[in-house]
Design a protein around this ligand. Structure first.
Ligand code: ARG
Length: 455
């Protein structure tokens, strides 16, 4: 690359500073697939003979095998994955290797590799998200009749089914999957043919290359195609959002596994002990999931900041996109894997959940709605029940220990039937609230009825 223009090699220091092969080597399979498709287009355009094309393809496939078997010698002085593979090809098949880079720049080459990488990662993350959704569904089905307190402000609010909670988590992951599929649509565009920035006088069949590489479309503007990393930002946002959702799930299970709540217990396999306190069992896998969300946000911010103010078109700054991208994809893939393995092993303490859910105070809203059904305006009913709650607190008794007769002192609308309200499972005050169905997305998940909204 430096032979013509430069009088000497780059300094050792500059080489070390600018190399990216120590991390972008991971793009090798995409780089090779891209080069094979490019060579086919060069042959079609008459730049390569069919023997030359075959030689290039054969050489590239051998290099791929060598990399996969761990025998390939990566050379940091060759800067990046693209230069390493090209140099290895020329060494292997001779001068014809030097024809491969016709009508191509590393600027469109790296944009291509990155899009292929993101497309493959989206497919992988979607699979892992689906596995977590299935684990949540299974847990919901196995514990379909358990009730627990629902919380707002982390204060007990109203009784809910535990399954209702689990399916709420599933909704969030369904949106994450939607978002990833939308991101995939915008990533699925071939940038090759854009050259360094202004295309090439050698015109290749870009649609053919796109088809061979599995892209649905080709980019329209060469300046944009080599500058654009929107798809990286979007993907990193999708991953940050998945991290956020996993972190909220983690937080709930961490709190619920404390002695204070005692609703759930994470299995030994996903917990750790203390080096000092023998009694401890800590929810480390959940805590680490929560903690890793920080780096997901950091990676998103890092690429957004790198792109801000970059002049069009390609700038070397763009090399800084990769480590953040790889780190977020790896982090989310591993977190999802942990959760699909950990959820089936969560032990549910039904009695603890139900004891908490049977706190009669949680039915105060149902009591107010009881009065509404008897004809009282809701604000007035809210006030009456508020007084009832205050009276129970004064008398140091639970709400259901106040007799209908005592209640009538606050409103004549209370009848003997009010006692039926104090059964959290009573269809009149509870089951009607859970008549929707878990919203599910492609790929299909079993239908289950537990979400709070009518379908
Ligand atoms: N390693 C570079 C990157 O990741 C590849 C493109 C280099 N292009 C260039 N003109 N120096 O962006």
């Amino acid at each position: 690359m430096r032979r013509g223009r430069f009088s000497g090699p780059a300094s050792e220091l500059a080489q070390q500073f600018s190399e990216s092969v120590s991390f972008d080597w991971r793009l090798f399979a995409h780089d090779i697939a891209g080069s094979i498709a490019h060579a086919a287009a060069l042959a079609e355009a008459g730049i390569l003979s069919s023997e030359e094309r075959e030689k290039i393809e054969g050489g590239l496939r051998e290099i791929q095998q060598e990399i996969e078997s761990g025998k390939f010698q990566w050379d940091r002085s060759r800067e990046d994955v693209h230069m390493n593979i090209e140099a290895a090809l020329t060494k292997r098949i001779g001068a014809v290797g030097a024809k491969l880079h016709t009508a191509r720049s590393r600027n469109d080459q790296v944009a291509l590799d990155l899009r292929l990488y993101v497309k493959a990662e989206i497919e992988e993350i979607l699979k892992r998200l689906h596995a977590v959704q299935i684990a949540l569904l299974n847990l919901a089905e196995q514990n379909a009749d358990i009730i627990m307190p629902g919380y707002t402000h982390l204060q007990r609010a109203q009784p809910i089914f535990f399954a209702h909670y689990l399916l709420a988590q599933m909704e969030a992951f369904a949106r994450d999957a939607d978002r990833l599929r939308a991101c995939l649509g915008r990533t699925d565009v071939l940038p090759l043919g854009s050259g360094a920035l202004a295309g090439s006088t050698i015109v290749l069949d870009r649609k053919g290359i796109a088809q061979q590489l599995g892209f649905s479309g080709v980019s329209q503007n060469s300046l944009d195609a080599v500058s654009d990393r929107d798809f990286v930002c979007e993907f990193l946002f999708c991953l940050a959002m998945i991290g956020l959702h996993l972190s909220r799930l983690s937080e709930d299970l961490i709190i619920w596994s404390t002695s204070e709540f005692g609703f759930v217990e994470l299995s030994d396999a996903f917990s750790s002990g203390s080096s000092l306190m023998p009694q401890k069992k800590n929810p480390d896998a959940a805590e680490l999931t929560r903690g890793k969300t920080g780096r997901l946000y950091g990676n998103l911010l890092s690429i957004l900041t790198t792109l801000k103010g970059l002049p069009f078109s390609y700038n070397r700054d763009l090399q800084e996109d990769k480590e953040a991208l790889f780190d977020s994809a790896d982090t989310v893939a591993r977190s999802l894997e942990i959760w699909s393995a950990m959820l089936p092993e969560v032990k549910i303490h039904r009695e603890r959940m139900e004891t908490a859910a049977n706190d009669p105070g949680l039915l105060a809203t149902d009591l107010a709605e009881y009065l509404v059904k008897k004809g009282m305006p809701f604000r007035e009913a809210h006030d009456v029940i508020g007084q009832l709650v205050a009276r129970a607190a004064q008398m140091s008794v639970a709400l259901d220990n106040i007799s209908p007769l005592q209640m009538q002192e606050l409103s004549p609308l209370f009848g003997d039937d009010v006692t039926t309200i104090f059964n959290a499972r009573s269809p009149s005050n509870y089951l009607v609230k859970v008549s929707g169905r878990g919203r599910v997305n492609q790929p299909p998940l079993p239908n289950i009825r537990f979400s709070s909204l009518p379908s």
